[in-house]
Design a protein around this ligand. Structure first.
Ligand code: PLP
Length: 393
């Protein structure tokens, strides 16, 4: 008889976004006149920029002619896009070999799939609260997961703890959901800790494009020693509005080896076996993100979201509500006023201000009493939402 992967039975049902959707639709049905402003889901709202659209069109045109038509491409991505990503890293001082860059259909798949190259017998360290994919993908494999607290005391940026050693360490900076971002000195501590314990860091840089602080690295490879302990995941989803278009990249340095194996070679083997590459057309669009004009255009979109973050932060400052994020991140993670619990605050905002956010409790135990707002709405709605918020406090 077929035996299934029983680890799936250990997954906690994640009702977070389903519960939010249900509550919102019930409220809307009971109050059809309510103009609900959604600041919960971490999805972009601005369309792809012009340069990217031009790139996508040129990809489509290539597919229409026998001379330029493309069939299966290289599993690890076309050289033109690897070169473009390499140049992007060089622009902030990180030098990579082309073969260290693997183009993918987004960070979520790579973050999950990378576990194929690691034994199930590794212990995993995950910060709490956290992007749920890290926990769920390891639970599916039956790995032992330990948690490190991210809380107000450490500014939601936990540092290595000798009592909590693990083989695989997840770091997401700038963080989803807290918006907090490690500076160089803090990240160096993690790199040193990983190197001295022969651990690997899985570094999620999906929000690097939002970084403004000079002291916050865009890539973990800006930190000395990272190339012997870290794999970096990045995505064009939030950088360039590719949530629906799908493209990301993962960096596996050639210098990364454990147990007598090169992780770069293992990942190449994994990808060439189980992945047939990202669509040529999408890669042609993605290439344009890294041109001078493309960078100008995507930066303008990010600045637009940043402006929303400023509107939110200034309202919270006025109300004396504590928060992290918003500066190097599209997320604002606030402490619910008056000691309220996350879901109570959710209900209050929905009922009294018709605003939807995300209760922090959905991201882990330490998320209780916190709430995530995103800067991905438009200016008008963001400003209106903040006026309503001021009206209830
Ligand atoms: N990593 C983090 C921390 C995210 O928040 C997200 C998406 O919300 C992803 C990865 C997934 O990105 P992608 O759209 O490239 O799969």
């Amino acid at each position: 008889m077929v035996k299934v992967n029983k680890n799936y039975g250990n997954l906690k049902e994640n009702y977070l976004f389903a519960d939010i959707a249900r509550k919102v639709s019930e409220y809307q049905a009971a109050h059809p006149e309510a103009n609900i402003i959604r600041m919960g889901i971490g999805d972009v709202t601005l369309p792809l920029c012009e340069e990217v659209i031009k790139g996508l069109h040129s990809g489509v045109d290539d597919m229409a002619k026998a001379e330029t038509f493309k069939g299966y491409g290289p599993e690890q991505g076309y050289g033109f896009l690897q070169e473009a990503v390499k140049g992007y890293y060089e622009s902030y001082g990180v030098s990579l070999d082309k073969n260290e860059i693997f183009i993918s259909d987004g960070a979520k798949s790579d973050v999950g799939n990378i576990l194929d190259i690691f034994d199930k017998d590794n212990t995993v360290l995950v910060p709490d609260p956290v992007y749920p994919v890290y926990v769920d993908t390891n639970t599916m494999d039956g790995r032992n997961i330990i948690y490190i607290d991210a809380n107000e005391d450490n500014g939601f940026l936990p540092l290595p703890d000798e009592e909590k050693k693990a083989d695989i360490i997840y770091i997401c900076s700038p963080n989803n959901p807290t918006g907090a971002a490690y500076n160089r000195e803090q990240l160096k501590k993690w790199v040193d800790f990983a190197n001295s314990n022969s651990s690997v860091i899985l570094y999620d840089a999906a929000y690097e494009a939002f970084i403004v602080d000079e002291d916050v690295p865009r890539s973990i490879y800006e930190i000395e020693g990272a190339k012997t302990c870290a794999i970096e995941f990045c995505s064009l989803s939030k950088t360039a509005g590719f949530t629906g278009t799908r493209c990301g990249y993962t960096v596996v340095p050639n210098t990364l080896s454990f147990d007598g194996f090169s992780l770069n070679k293992l990942w190449l083997r994994r990808q060439t076996t189980k992945f047939n590459g990202t669509s040529y057309i999408v890669q042609k669009g993605a290439e344009q993100v890294f041109t001078e004009e493309g960078q100008k255009e995507i930066r303008a979109n990010i600045d637009y979201y940043r402006e929303n973050a400023k509107i939110i932060m200034s309202a919270l400052d006025e109300l004396g509500i504590k928060y992290t994020g918003g500066k190097n991140s599209p997320y604002i993670w606030l402490t619910c006023p008056n000691g309220m619990k996350s879901w109570d605050f959710f209900d209050l905002l929905l009922e009294k201000a018709n605003i939807v956010g995300t209760p922090g409790a959905g991201f882990g135990e330490n998320g209780e009493g916190h709430f995530r707002l995103t800067a991905f709405s438009n200016h008008e709605k963001t400003a209106e939402a903040m006026e309503r918020l001021k009206g209830i406090f």
